[in-house]
Write a protein that binds this ligand. Structure first.
Ligand SMILES: Nc1nc2c(ncn2[C@@H]2O[C@H](COP(=O)(O)OP(=O)(O)OP(=O)(O)O)[C@@H](O)[C@H]2O)c(=O)[nH]1
Length: 452
């Protein structure tokens, strides 16, 4: 899986700082040293790494302390925001011409996945944007490329414009655009020739096609597996052609991720799509924010923190945090939390935002449907005040009484009590208070705790 090494290293580093109630300058320096190594190892351009580290440091040290997040969480928030910004910040969408058809020129080196991506993009435009693209086979130097595009076109049931390999690409582009106008295609996707290396002849030809076709978008297809080379290729193409967007292919492979992180920063050209497999529907719009969260293993944890900030009484959260640390979280707190969480939205949606939650120890048996939660609530509400405060007094007759009172079985009650104990242990781990270093894996929780 792509980014695995980087994700693991960053997450390990962040785990160390996450639970900290106080973060010193030295803590940040230590952390940033590890982050720097992790990025360099992932083949991120060294200049990019340097800038990134400097800006995270500055922001992490200079930021105001927010009441609702621990300092450790705030540092993570900064890393996430900067990583997102590095990859372009906002999602960058494919161009739409004011006047149809929108002309898109696909460029790139041989083997990067250009022809495949051209077909994938056509499919995407039709499926997601309800468009009617015309595919154009303008790679006349690799005869197999024309055939390949035609085959893909057939598979998609989409027209492919081709004039064989004896007509110049400029002429092919010209005729294709007239045909698209006549036949009311709203996108023209021109698959141009690739080479093994960048050379002048190739660039000259691409410039001529560009001159004539006046593309609204020039998408450069690069192979993520080639790491820094992909970034260098992007830089050269960009200098010559003013590329408007990058498609990073083969992100499904075990690329270290450097290209995805550096391309925008080095070339100032946004990644617009990523290829996630060989199949025709495995092209996805690139979302910097989601990618950053994925690398940091945070899922939507930041959204969750924001949601919590606006819905949860901050003082109560602090109190709760203290209780969790001291292991005196009771069933009363549990009920209160249940109410608070419910205020945030549907339970499964909220839980779905916590990555790795279902994998966490003691969690996997908990069902996340509201019915199950209703049952749990009934059991808890059937407990006496004393039982809620101190479940350890729960003997057989108390358990039986609770089961009867809540319309459940003794097994249900036993299970809940067991889960509650497991949960308390896990909470303690997640607040970063355990001494068992290296074992805790509450990845992505950012120290934010939910009692489920
Ligand atoms: N795993 C994976 N394979 C991909 C992806 N995109 C393209 N490929 C594969 O990469 C190989 C090269 O793709 P092509 O589309 O033939 O390459 P090209 O860049 O068009 O090559 P030229 O036409 O010679 O310029 C093919 O086997 C594709 O199936 C991707 O996102 N993931």
């Amino acid at each position: 899986m792509a980014f695995e090494g980087l994700a693991e290293r960053l997450q390990d580093t962040l785990t160390k700082i996450r639970g900290k109630g106080k973060v010193s300058e030295q803590d940040i320096k230590d952390m940033m040293r590890e982050v720097r190594l992790a990025l360099l190892e992932a083949d991120v351009n060294f200049k990019v790494v340097k800038q990134f580290i400097a800006s995270v440091k500055e922001k992490a040290l200079g930021q105001e302390v927010m009441k609702s997040l621990t300092p450790g969480q705030q540092v993570i928030k900064v890393v996430n925001e900067e990583l997102t910004a590095l990859m372009g910040g906002e999602q960058s969408k494919i161009a739409v011409a004011q006047k149809s058809p929108t002309v898109v020129m696909m460029v790139g080196l041989q083997g990067a996945g250009k022809t495949t991506t051209t077909a994938k993009l056509a499919n995407h435009l039709r499926k997601k944007h309800n468009r009617n693209p015309l595919l154009v086979a303008a790679d006349i130097y690799r005869p197999a490329a024309i055939k390949q595009l035609e085959t893909l076109g057939k598979q998609l049931n989409m027209p492919v414009f081709s004039l064989g390999d004896q007509v110049s690409p400029v002429e092919i582009a010209k005729q294709a655009i007239s045909k698209a106008k006549e036949e009311h295609h709203d996108y023209v996707l021109i698959d141009t020739a690739g080479r093994l290396h960048i050379d002048e002849t190739l660039m000259d030809e691409l410039k001529q096609v560009k001159e004539l076709a006046k593309p609204d978008e020039i998408l450069l297809v690069v192979d993520a597996m080639t790491g820094q080379d992909a970034v260098n290729v992007a830089e050269s193409f960009n200098e010559q052609l003013d590329v408007t967007g990058v498609v990073l292919t083969k992100l499904d492979g075990d690329t270290r991720g450097g290209a995805a992180i550096s391309v925008k920063a080095v070339t100032n050209t946004p990644i617009k799509f990523v290829g996630m497999g060989e199949k025709i529907d495995q092209l996805e719009p690139f979302h910097p924010e989601r990618m950053a969260s994925r690398i940091l293993g945070m899922g939507d944890v930041l959204t969750l923190i924001e949601k919590a900030q606006s819905n949860v009484d901050e003082e109560k959260v602090r109190e709760l945090e203290k209780k969790m640390r001291n292991m005196d979280f009771t069933f009363d707190d549990f009920l209160e939390q249940l109410d608070q969480v419910r205020n945030m939205g549907p339970l499964d949606e909220i839980l779905g935002m916590i990555p790795g939650l279902n994998k966490a120890k003691g969690m996997k048996d908990l069902q996340v449907d509201d019915k199950q939660i209703g049952k749990v609530e009934a059991i808890v509400r059937s407990m006496t005040k004393k039982e809620k405060q101190d479940p350890s007094i729960m003997n057989a007759s108390r358990r039986r009484r609770i089961a009867n009172g809540s319309g459940t079985t003794i097994q249900d009650v036993n299970r809940l009590l067991k889960q509650f104990e497991d949960m308390k242990k896990m909470m303690k781990q997640m607040t970063g208070m355990t001494s068992g270093k290296g074992k805790k894996r509450g990845k992505g929780l950012g120290g934010f705790k939910l009692p489920f």
